[in-house]
Design a protein around this ligand. Structure first.
Ligand SMILES: CC(C)(COP(=O)(O)OP(=O)(O)OC[C@H]1O[C@@H](n2cnc3c(N)ncnc32)[C@H](O)[C@@H]1OP(=O)(O)O)[C@@H](O)C(=O)NCCC(=O)NCCS
Length: 188
């Protein structure tokens, strides 16, 4: 069955489908709290959300926002890595990416990842994931992400995360002033 990618916004029913996949993936999270969190993210600057749809069913999603002061994740990163850390400037955070369990391993996560990075406007991207999440780390490593920190704690959450960054190269706007085309390069 072909899988199609669709952007979604705060008002889209796809947002609720994304919430469902999130709580199926991480059952300890509360549905209503997750929905509120997803709604708040969808109102932030440079929000981009994409769902993967197969046979009219949402089978995966991902989203992110510009990493900026006032966002808890960003503030905790700057507090520990330093406000002047170059990776934290003009950066877009890949906040969430998950594929329904029965649809994993078929290239959907990779496609969502690539589409999200192509859609967002920043010259670099950031993420965090559990240190124990070998599959996700393998995906990110193969796509040129490099490690900023190998055991990052976001208090009061006791879990250890890796934090990662990816530098993106973008073509300058053409002489006619058309939008730039996203181009990626490998890690520095
Ligand atoms: C991580 C996740 C998003 C990957 O999605 P997916 O659709 O299964 O992945 P894909 O089939 O597109 O494979 C992408 C990459 O993942 C890695 N990968 C996939 N299956 C793997 C496996 N069984 N073991 C190790 N690495 C694997 C590979 O590096 C692959 O790279 P390639 O595209 O260059 O071959 C998915 O496993 C998932 O939803 N996991 C639970 C939620 C999660 O951990 N999200 C990410 C952290 S927030």
């Amino acid at each position: 069955m072909p899988v199609h990618l669709h952007s979604y916004t705060r008002a889209s029913p796809f947002l609720d489908a994304a919430v469902q996949i999130f709580v199926q993936t991480w059952p300890s999270y509360d549905l209503a709290a997750t929905r509120s969190s997803f709604m708040r993210y969808a109102a932030l600057r440079d929000f981009h959300g994409i769902v993967a749809v197969s046979d009219s069913v949402v089978v995966g999603f991902g989203f992110g926002v510009r990493s900026a002061p006032g966002i808890r994740w960003h503030d905790q990163m700057t507090a520990q890595l330093g406000v002047d850390h170059p990776a934290l400037h003009d950066a877009w955070q890949l906040v969430n990416l998950a594929i329904a369990e029965e649809h994993r391993g078929h290239g959907i996560g990779g496609r969502l990842h690539d589409a999200l990075l192509a859609a967002q406007p920043c010259p670099r991207a950031l993420l965090s994931t559990y240190t124990t999440n070998a599959q996700a780390r393998a995906m990110y490593e193969r796509r040129g992400w490099y490690y900023l920190h190998s055991a990052f704690i976001f208090p009061p959450n006791p879990h250890a995360y890796v934090t990662m960054a990816k530098e993106l190269a973008r073509l300058s706007p053409t002489a006619e002033g058309r939008s730039s085309v996203p181009m990626e390069r490998g890690p520095c």
